[in-house]
Design a binder for this molecule. Structure first.
Ligand code: COI
Length: 361
């Protein structure tokens, strides 16, 4: 497999310093994009080639481009954080690179070498460093690497050409309320992914499939939908775009990876951070009935959602057909906030990075 060098093309498009500063003061999530992007092509017989760092701009596609019809697409999400000395570091990019390879395998796409994935992210962050928000706040620079099938034609088959891109977007809280607890609609009929399907791949199709259930959750007055397994409609899997944790006093529990759950980087990191802080951390199946009963009998003390975009967001209210209950009185729980602070401290460079997770540029 070849690893192309990423060549810098001069920027024709860049926002002024004043425009950038105004955006960084209130970036929201995924609304603004930095001045550049990375593109790398893959062609059958040639492999990866033409790595470029170019001005951020629309891409033009033939209407018959494969991805527009059969959704051969995968993506990642990771963040770059401003460190106390002004430098910049990304969080566990290698883990995202490896998941990107697993997603590629599942969608019959070529695997991008881990070092090229990291090099592409580094090149973009280095070039657009001024877009990394100041140290210490909630904000960071969200990186979105993705790959699409670019062969032109309507035959259903793995494409023979692909385009890998990395774009970046300054990000504040994913949920407008920040750490304000979110409400969850537990859907007992819609499912996100089936055994043997693509649930553990980070592909746009899984998110498209979540939108109707998400709209139904919104109609019930909830921020997020929670999916159960597709076979028994009983076991908790994940939310529309993030994993879930249950807190039983000093023990935190997250649903076991069954093949239909996305293996979140934040989910994985929290198993370790929690143990470092002296909590027990367990992966096991949790049923919706158990969730309700344990909340009502008080043994389940807190619930939170986690993901790169969501960081750690407390769950305040849960609704299912015929029932509704509050988690930790509808307030952010103590354990949730402690884990959140510990993880953010590592990412912001305020706590020793004992696991070597931070990738300095
Ligand atoms: C992420 O957390 O990076 C995701 O891709 C999830 C999405 C809801 C933004």
């Amino acid at each position: 497999m070849t690893t192309p060098t990423i060549e810098l093309k001069p920027s024709a498009h860049a926002l002024s310093d004043a425009e950038r500063v105004a955006i960084l003061a209130n970036p929201g999530f995924g609304r603004h994009f930095t001045d550049h992007m990375v593109t790398i092509r893959w062609t059958e017989g040639r492999g990866w080639h033409d790595g470029q760092l170019v001005p951020y701009a629309p891409i033009s596609l033939d209407p018959a481009t494969n991805v527009l019809h059969y959704a051969q697409e995968i993506f990642e999400g990771l963040k770059a954080y401003r460190q106390p000395d002004g430098s910049v570091a990304t969080f566990r990019p290698e883990m995202n690179a490896r998941r990107f390879q697993r997603s590629a395998r599942r969608l019959a796409m070529p695997e991008l070498p881990v070092e090229t994935f990291i090099e592409a992210c580094d090149a973009l962050v280095q070039q657009d460093k001024a877009w990394v928000p100041a140290h210490g706040g909630e904000e960071s620079l969200y990186l979105r690497p993705f790959m699409i099938a670019t062969e032109v034609g309507l035959g259903v088959k793995p494409a023979n050409e692909y385009l890998f891109l990395v774009i970046a977007s300054p990000a504040g809280a994913y949920f407008p309320g920040g750490v304000k607890p979110v409400s969850i609609w537990a859907s007992e009929d819609r499912v996100r992914a089936v055994p043997g399907g693509m649930g553990d791949a980070k592909t746009g199709g899984n998110y498209a499939a979540s939108l109707l259930a998400q709209a139904e959750a919104a109609a019930k007055g909830c921020d997020q939908v929670c999916y159960l397994d597709a076979v028994e409609h009983k076991w908790v899997e994940e939310l529309g775009g993030m994993n879930l944790y249950f807190v039983y006093g000093d023990r935190i529990v997250t649903p076991t990876l069954t093949g239909s759950i996305l293996e979140g980087v934040t989910r994985d990191s929290l198993l370790t951070v929690a143990r470092d802080l002296g909590y027990e951390a367990e992966e096991r199946r949790v049923s919706l009935d158990e969730w309700q009963a344990d909340s009502e009998n008080g043994s389940l003390t807190e619930v939170f959602a986690c993901g790169t975009a969501a960081v750690i967001t407390p769950v305040g209210t849960v609704k299912r057909a015929g029932a509704e209950w509050k988690q930790s009185g509808g307030e952010p729980g103590k354990v949730t906030l402690r884990l959140r602070e510990a993880l953010l401290d590592i990412q912001r460079g305020n706590r020793e990075d004992v696991h070597g997770w931070m990738h300095k540029l």
